[in-house]
Ligand binder design. Structure first.
Ligand SMILES: Cc1ncc(COP(=O)(O)O)c(C=O)c1O
Length: 461
C-alpha cells in the first residue's frame, strides 16, 4: 500500500448527507428527560416552549437511524468541511511509539471548534420555524462564537450569556461574537430573575455554565414565543449533529484501510465525543468490531470518573428538565480550571448510559499534565490546541506510550476539537510555572451530591 498521507481530505461530494443517531443502535435507550414538577417523561409539546420544534423532535427520537441534513445546512458545512483526518507522524516519532495516531481536526473555522456543526443546524431550524432569534450560554466562548456565526448567516438575533470569568478573561472572544452582531451579557447578570437570585446568594461568584444556562432559558421563555433556547452540548440532538465528525472519520479511515483500536475524546457535556464515536460505537454495540472508547475529563470536574448516575437538573438555577446522567450535582461549582468547556457538572445521557453499561471507559487528568501534552503536540504537529482538546491529546499520548511498552502497533484515533488562540493566558500560566492543579476532595464532591434532586428516582444514590 502507498504511504498514508499526512492529511486526508474527503471531497465535498463525499461529505455525509445524513447524520447518524447513535441511540438507534442501542438495545437499551438512555432514560427519558423528566418534567421536574410531575416527574413524567417529556413530550414534544412540553419541550416546544423552550426548544425549536424540530429540535425537540430530534431530542426525543431514539429510533430513526439516519436523519437527512437539510441542504442549506450542508451548504454551510461545505464552507469548512469535510475536516481533515491527520496522521500524527511527528508526534509518533517524538513518542517513539509503534502506534499509528490519527486525529480529526475540527478547529478550522472561525469558532475554532466543532461547535459550529450543531450551531448551524440549530440556527437553521430556528429560522425555519419563523423565530426572530435564540438565546444561549457560553463558557469558554467557542459555542457562543459558533452560534453567533450561524445566527448571523441565517439572519437571527443571538443573545449569549457568557460565564463572567470568561467574559472578563477573554475580551477577544466577545469581540469576535460582536463581529457577528451577537449580544453578550456576563452571567450571572441582573437582567434575569434567576441571575438576580444567584447574585443575592453568591455576590462574588464568577459564574458557571450551569448559571448561564438558567439565565438563557429564562430569557427565551420571557420572549413571548419569539425566541427559543439552544444548547451546545449534552442534548441528544447535539450529539446527532456532531455525528458528522465520526461519519467522516470512519469514511476517511476506510479509504486508508484503517480502523481504530482505540478512540479517544475529551468530554465536557459529551457532544464531540458522542459525535466522534457514533459509528464506531454502533459497530461495537452490534458486535461487528470492538474498539475501546475512552472519554477524557479534567480531574477538577470528574463527572464520569467520580460522579453519580442520577437524575439531575442540567443547570444551577434548577429551571431545566431532569436528565439521568453522570453528574457531580447541579450545585457543584468546579474550580477555575482553564478548560472552560469541560467545566460542566453533568454528561450527555447517551454517553452516561453507554458508560454505565460498560461500553466506554473514562480517565481524568490534572491540567498541568494536559498542558504538558498540549505543548508537546503544538511543537511536533504545529497546531496550538484548545485546552479542552488537549485532554484528548493527553489520553492519546498515554495510549501510545503504553503501546511503546507493549510493542503493539495499535491504531489510535482522537478528536482534536479546536484551537487555543484565545487561551493564551492559560498557556502563559503553564509556561511560567504558575499553573496549579485542583482536585476536589470527597467532601467537596459530597456538597455537590447533596444538591441532587430528592426524588424517588434518586433513592439509594
Ligand atoms: C474546543 C472544545 N472542545 C471540547 C469542548 C467540550 O464540549 P463537548 O463535550 O460538548 O464536546 C468544548 C466546549 O466548549 C470546546 O470548546
Amino acid at each position: 500500500m502507498s504511504k498514508i498521507p499526512h492529511r486526508l481530505y474527503l471531497t465535498e461530494d463525499q461529505m455525509p448527507q445524513k447524520w447518524f443517531n447513535l441511540r438507534s443502535a442501542m438495545a437499551e435507550q438512555p432514560d427519558p428527560l423528566l418534567h421536574p414538577g410531575t416527574l413524567r417523561p417529556l413530550g414534544v409539546d412540553d419541550l416546544s416552549p423552550i426548544f425549536c420544534e424540530e429540535l425537540a423532535r430530534q431530542e426525543l427520537d431514539g429510533a430513526t437511524a439516519y436523519v437527512d441534513i437539510p441542504e442549506p445546512i450542508q451548504n454551510v458545512y461545505k464552507m469548512y468541511r469535510p475536516s481533515p483526518l491527520i496522521r500524527a507522524y511527528e508526534l509518533e516519532k517524538a513518542l517513539d511509539t509503534p502506534a499509528r495516531i490519527y486525529y480529526k481536526f475540527e478547529g478550522n473555522n472561525t469558532s475554532g471548534s466543532h461547535k459550529l456543526n450543531s450551531a448551524v443546524a440549530q440556527a437553521y431550524y430556528a429560522k425555519m420555524q419563523g423565530l426572530t432569534g435564540v438565546t444561549t450560554e457560553t463558557g469558554a466562548g467557542q459555542w457562543g462564537t459558533a452560534l453567533s456565526e450561524a445566527c448571523s448567516y441565517f439572519g437571527l438575533t443571538c443573545d449569549v450569556f457568557m460565564v463572567k470569568c470568561s467574559y472578563e478573561q477573554k475580551p477577544f472572544r466577545k469581540a469576535v461574537m460582536n463581529v457577528f452582531d451577537a449580544s453578550i451579557t456576563p452571567s450571572p447578570s441582573p437582567t434575569t430573575e434567576v441571575g438576580r437570585q444567584i447574585l443575592r446568594d453568591h455576590p462574588d461568584t464568577t459564574g458557571s455554565l450551569g448559571c448561564a444556562i438558567s439565565e438563557a432559558v429564562e430569557s427565551a421563555v420571557q420572549s413571548g414565543g419569539a425566541k427559543r433556547y439552544v444548547l451546545g452540548s449534552v442534548l441528544n440532538q447535539v450529539l446527532l449533529h456532531q455525528s458528522i465528525i465520526g461519519l467522516e472519520s470512519k469514511l476517511a479511515m476506510e479509504q486508508l484501510g484503517e480502523y481504530p483500536d482505540v478512540v479517544v475524546g475529551c468530554a465536557g457535556g459529551g457532544s464531540n465525543l458522542g459525535g466522534l464515536i457514533a459509528p464506531f460505537m454502533a459497530d461495537k454495540l452490534r458486535g461487528i468490531r470492538n474498539p475501546r472508547i475512552v472519554a477524557v475529563e479534567p480531574a477538577s470536574c470528574p463527572s464520569l470518573t467520580r460522579g453519580k448516575y442520577a437524575y439531575d437538573f442540567c443547570d444551577t438555577g434548577r429551571v431545566t428538565p431532569l436528565a439521568r446522567m453522570y453528574t457531580l450535582g447541579c450545585g457543584f461549582i468546579p474550580s477555575a480550571n482553564h478548560a472552560g468547556g469541560l467545566r460542566y457538572h453533568g454528561m450527555s445521557p447517551i454517553l452516561s448510559k453507554l458508560y454505565h453499561d460498560g461500553y466506554m471507559e473514562a480517565v481524568a487528568y490534572e491540567q498541568t499534565r494536559v498542558f504538558e501534552a498540549a505543548v508537546l503536540f503544538a511543537k511536533r504537529e504545529t497546531i496550538l490546541p484548545a485546552p479542552e482538546s488537549a485532554h484528548a491529546i493527553r489520553g492519546a499520548i498515554d495510549e501510545a506510550l503504553r503501546c511503546r511498552e507493549s510493542r503493539e502497533a495499535k491504531t489510535i484515533l482522537f478528536g482534536l476539537t479546536g484551537t487555543g488562540y484565545f487561551d493564551m493566558t492559560a498557556y502563559e500560566n503553564y509556561l511560567s510555572g504558575k499553573m496549579s492543579d485542583s482536585i476536589p476532595t470527597d467532601a467537596d464532591l459530597q456538597k455537590g451530591f447533596d444538591s441532587l434532586p430528592k426524588i424517588p428516582q434518586n433513592e439509594g444514590i
